[in-house]
Design a binder for this molecule. Structure first.
Ligand code: PXP
Length: 237
């Protein structure tokens, strides 16, 4: 049965819109755990636009499930990861102007540097996933660089407008998932997944975990976080 990691970044987005103390992503993360989340994801961005350092450190101390710390592979973030010691770090690309993470990690440009960063994190006892586009050579290179797993970017599938485009993207995702399995690395998936488009990817039973944020936090405005998490958990099953 696939696990659900609830990304609470957008609770912090609302809080930061007024530089207030609420809504609090840490409280919402605990409520998500009560509702059945298997893991909580927080992305600490270089510009601190949503999650703040306090959120990450506080959650780590009081949470009951696992922390998936999403971060760019910068010196600053690696030092923070060594302090926080999450179960999992997911390395993502980060651009200042983007609304959200727009594409998978570029693993080809500076592979030696990425390999060293993965090793530094693993030496601290942290598992590492690379957030990558569903491309076979990128899955293979991630494995070669020492990542224990990958998170397959499902954004193109989520944004596909026609049935044909969706099927093409699903096949890409499926091929990458199967390749990761053959290489015996973890395979997670996420980005842009919602209550309507999750079924086709959840049908790929090889995917071990889904990282889902925006759609759950958006639905929680109407239905409450407990219901929003329970409904998604049911669907990823
Ligand atoms: N996985 C990664 C690596 C991400 O960067 C994000 C967005 O922060 C997600 C999953 C969740 O995407 P969404 O908010 O669209 O569900």
């Amino acid at each position: 049965m696939a696990r659900l990691s609830v990304n609470v970044d957008h609770v912090a987005t609302v809080r930061q819109a007024r530089l207030s103390i609420e809504p609090d992503p840490v409280s919402v993360a605990l409520m998500a755990e009560h509702a059945g989340a298997d893991s909580i994801t927080m992305h600490l961005r270089e510009d601190r636009r949503h999650i703040q350092d306090r959120d990450l450190f506080m959650l780590r101390r009081i949470m009951k499930t696992e922390l998936n710390f999403e971060m760019a592979a910068t010196k600053e973030m690696i030092t923070i990861a060594q302090d926080v010691r999450p179960g999992l770090v997911t390395i993502v690309p980060e651009k200042r102007q983007e609304l959200t993470t727009e594409g998978g990690l570029d693993v080809k440009t500076r592979p030696e540097r990425l390999k060293a960063d993965i090793q530094t994190l693993r030496d601290a006892g942290i598992e590492v996933n690379l957030f990558i586009d569903p491309l076979p050579d990128v899955v293979k290179l991630s494995h070669k660089l020492g990542a224990g797993g990958v998170e397959i970017h499902t954004g193109k599938y989520a944004d596909a407008e026609t049935k044909r485009e969706k099927l093409i993207e699903l096949k890409r995702i499926h091929d990458s998932v199967m390749l990761a399995k053959r290489l015996k690395i973890r395979v997670h998936a996420g980005h842009g997944l919602d209550y309507h488009n999750i079924a086709a990817v959840a049908a790929m039973t090889e995917i071990e975990e889904f990282a889902i944020g925006f759609s759950i936090i958006a639905r929680s405005v109407y239905a409450g976080i407990d219901r929003a998490v329970r409904d998604m958990k049911e669907l990823v099953r």
